[in-house]
Design a protein around this ligand. Structure first.
Ligand SMILES: [Fe+2]
Length: 388
């Protein structure tokens, strides 16, 4: 496989933010946490010895969720909850996947207040703080998955940058800029294309075709995933990672917290990453979105459709794709619209409190919508609450 993500050390805060994060350029930092105890957990054995009793929440894997959500969408729901998580520990998870290496269970999005043993082993990197040195908008999570597991292509719709520190094990990462999203068959913040199981040479061609980046992340390395980039992880070895999510400007907070997920909004928001490069044209575009958001509408679903029309218009105006054409059949818009409606219900978007009362019920729809949420702190909070 070819690799094209630069590895750097001694990177200054200013360079990390201004040359990489807000420019949408990934980078691997090789000296993160230098001299701190977390770096000593660089093998499965050493991490297990230190964190074996640490609590985690385990679930069946995101593909399981999406499969069930699609079955609900097409009117063939299976019994049971989409968001089943069970309490476990690091050691119990590892013993489970040693017994069943084919398992696709994963311990993901474990929030930091569940893992104080890990948090005691490092200080939050300055890269993840704001200019005043504060933890503004910062959240972190533990991820633990076995060899053969995947996180399929998606973008994180909360619109934070991510610094992923590989504690132990190797993971292949592919990152693709939003400008190439049409090549992926995007639906919400996921897509129908994924390079799972394809030979090295073909995967390399896929990365080149999509203008992407590829690397093998190893213990002790930290990958910056700039906000909004499509990303894919393949667990080449059983591995554990610390994911640190940080820094949103006011545009990203509005786009990420209030609006539904869509690849055209993703590409629009990508233009707003660097707050110092906001032009009057972009300010005008943001005002259009805000006005559409606050304008009264007959229902949340209708509001979502009105906003989608604004996204479509702005995308045409602001976001010339890297390659012309759509790379997908027009009927995919029907699927996107249906998923959009599920998400609007599931995330309770675009509702006044009165409307919310009127929309109570429809639990299956809500659960399907929840399953289509981003991997964000929202679902981690749900998991934490379930664990208590
Ligand atoms: Fe992600």
């Amino acid at each position: 496989m070819f690799e094209n993500v630069p590895r750097v050390d001694s990177l200054s805060y200013d360079a990390f933010i201004s040359e990489y994060a807000v420019k949408g350029r990934p980078v691997i930092v090789t000296d993160l946490f230098a001299g701190e105890p977390i770096r000593e957990l660089d093998t499965l054995e050493s991490a297990r010895a230190a964190l074996g009793r640490t609590r985690v929440c385990v679930h069946n894997g995101y593909e399981h969720y999406f499969t069930l959500a699609m079955e609900l969408l097409f009117g063939r729901p299976r019994p049971g909850s989409l968001l089943e998580r069970r309490p476990s520990t690091v050691d119990e998870y590892l013993r489970g996947v040693e017994r069943r290496p084919e398992s696709r269970e994963i311990a993901s999005e474990v929030p930091e207040d569940m893992v104080p043993e890990l948090c005691a082993l490092y200080r939050v990197p300055p890269y993840c703080l704001n200019e005043a040195g504060e933890r503004d908008d910062y959240v972190s999570e533990l991820w633990l998955g076995n060899a053969g597991n995947h996180s399929h292509l998606h973008y994180d719709a909360d619109q934070r940058h991510v610094l992923q520190y590989q504690i132990f094990g190797a993971k292949r990462a592919i990152l693709i800029p939003p400008s190439e999203g049409t090549k992926l068959g995007p639906i919400s913040n996921n897509c129908v294309v994924s390079p799972e199981g394809v030979p090295d040479a073909d995967r390399d061609e896929f990365v080149r075709f999509t203008g992407g980046y590829q690397c093998m992340l190893r213990a002790g390395e930290a990958l910056l995933i700039p906000a909004l980039m499509w990303h894919y992880f393949e667990y080449v070895e059983t591995s554990m990672a610390l994911t640190m999510r940080f820094r949103r400007n006011r545009y990203a907070r509005f786009f990420g917290d209030r609006l539904h997920f869509d690849y055209r909004l993703q590409a629009i928001a990508w233009r707003f990453l660097d707050e110092r490069a906001i032009t009057p044209e972009l300010e005008g575009a943001f005002a259009e979105v805000e006005q559409a958001y606050w304008r009264p509408s007959v229902s949340p679903i209708e509001k979502g459709e009105e906003l989608q029309q604004v996204f479509d218009r702005l995308y045409e105006r602001l976001c010339a794709p890297a390659s012309p054409g759509t790379y997908s059949r027009p009927f995919l818009e029907v699927v996107r619209r249906s998923v959009r409606h599920l998400e609007t219900e599931g995330r309770k978007l675009y509702r006044s409190s009165t409307e919310e009362d009127a929309h109570r019920g429809g639990a299956a729809t809500l659960r399907a919508g929840e399953a289509l949420q981003s991997r964000s702190c929202e679902s981690a909070v749900d998991a934490r609450q379930e664990m208590r």
